[in-house]
Design a protein around this ligand. Structure first.
Ligand code: NAP
Length: 319
């Protein structure tokens, strides 16, 4: 594939520097040209052969329609809910993503967020730094995680990696998904509300998009209850964020640890004002090793398509 001609590749949204560097070595990267210079984009658009995207990128039918030579949308990320896959398919454009290489990283973060919320780690850090330990003595007591009940919403690649780790904490594990997985040693519960009612921790790890929008609503949060902790490492859209803020403020829900938000990177001030909420800036896969593996896979997909070779990891709709 080393002899592939250099082609224009449109980078949409803020591309990972690792993915961008690989593209620049072999091609001409037009970094968000459609947003930064519409006139130059209009000139370049007919020649653009590939779109490089991230997990939170948006590529709609309108943009696809403006790229007549487009062959591939390569997403560096496993979630592709921002891509109009139907519009792409209708034009013969393939969409690829980067599953599996980030399972460990996202599962590690989920466990970290569960511990951070249960043991109040960010609050403990603030307690020491602000001098309260010295002034007031011990911190209020926290919650035990080992041996408690985990409810997983989503039991795919990453959900299974989280469950595997949770077993080492002696947790009892139940899950919901679109269908039961008879081969797995965990209890399937068809309804999210019923799952929440029987869980101490409800961890979300489904795709985003229309199919899961507000899957976790006020009723589910009430079922999880004043001792329950919600952990979201899926997508912000899966949770009704306004209902979440209400539930936390009113003590209907015990706590939350969130890596993703409905309107990222904007996070509601009311949410940030709550001491029993742990927040992270969408860092599920954000380590050097994993981001490099994702960039390598996203680039390999792009090169494979341009060379007319089989794709490594097309999204299921394009497989
Ligand atoms: P996956 O293997 O496709 O698993 C997705 C799981 O969600 C499956 O078990 C699926 O059920 C379930 N699901 C889908 N729609 C559902 C619905 N309406 N109700 C209940 N369950 C539903 O995907 P993955 O590789 O584990 O990744 C999952 C998601 O994690 C990604 O799509 C992305 O949104 C998110 N993610 C976030 C980060 C981060 O940085 N925070 C990083 C990576 C991924 P079935 O098995 O029955 O189909």
């Amino acid at each position: 594939m080393n002899d592939l001609p250099r082609v224009p590749v449109l980078g949409v949204a803020r591309l990972s520097p690792l993915f961008a560097a690989l593209i620049r070595e072999r091609h001409e990267l037009l970094d968000r040209l459609h947003e930064t210079d519409p006139a130059a984009f209009a000139v370049a658009a007919p020649g653009i052969r590939a779109v490089a995207a991230g997990g939170d990128s948006r590529v709609d039918a309108g943009l696809i329609a403006r790229l007549p030579a487009l062959q591939i949308i390569s997403v560096m990320g496993v979630g592709y809910d921002g891509i109009d896959v139907e519009a792409a398919r209708a034009r013969g454009v393939v969409v690829t993503h980067t599953p599996d290489v980030l399972n460990d990283e996202v599962a590690d973060l989920a466990i970290g967020l569960m511990l951070a919320a249960a043991r109040q780690l960010p609050a403990a850090d603030r307690y020491v730094r602000s001098g309260q330990w010295e002034a007031r003595g011990p911190m209020p007591l926290a919650r035990k995680m080992s041996g408690s009940r985990l409810g997983l919403v989503g039991m795919g690649r990453i959900g299974q990696a989280i469950a595997h780790r949770a077993q080492a904490f002696g947790m009892s594990i139940a899950y919901t998904a679109r269908s039961a997985k008879p081969g797995l040693p965990y209890r399937f519960v068809a309804s999210v509300e019923e799952l929440a009612a029987g869980s101490d921790f409800l961890v979300l790890i489904t795709p985003g998009g229309a199919g899961t929008r507000h899957l976790v609503d006020a009723k589910v949060l009430r079922a999880l209850g004043p001792k329950g902790i919600l952990v979201n490492v899926a997508r912000g859209s899966v949770v009704d964020e306004a209902a979440l803020v209400d539930a936390l403020e009113q003590g209907v829900l015990g706590g939350a640890a969130l890596d993703v938000f409905e309107d990222e990177p904007r996070v509601p001030a009311r949410l940030l004002a709550l001491p029993h909420v742990v927040v992270a800036p969408h860092i599920g896969s954000a380590t050097h090793a994993t981001r490099q593996a994702m960039a390598d896979l996203a680039f390999a997909n792009l090169q494979a398509r341009l060379a007319g070779q089989p794709l490594l990891t097309p999204v299921p709709e394009c497989a």
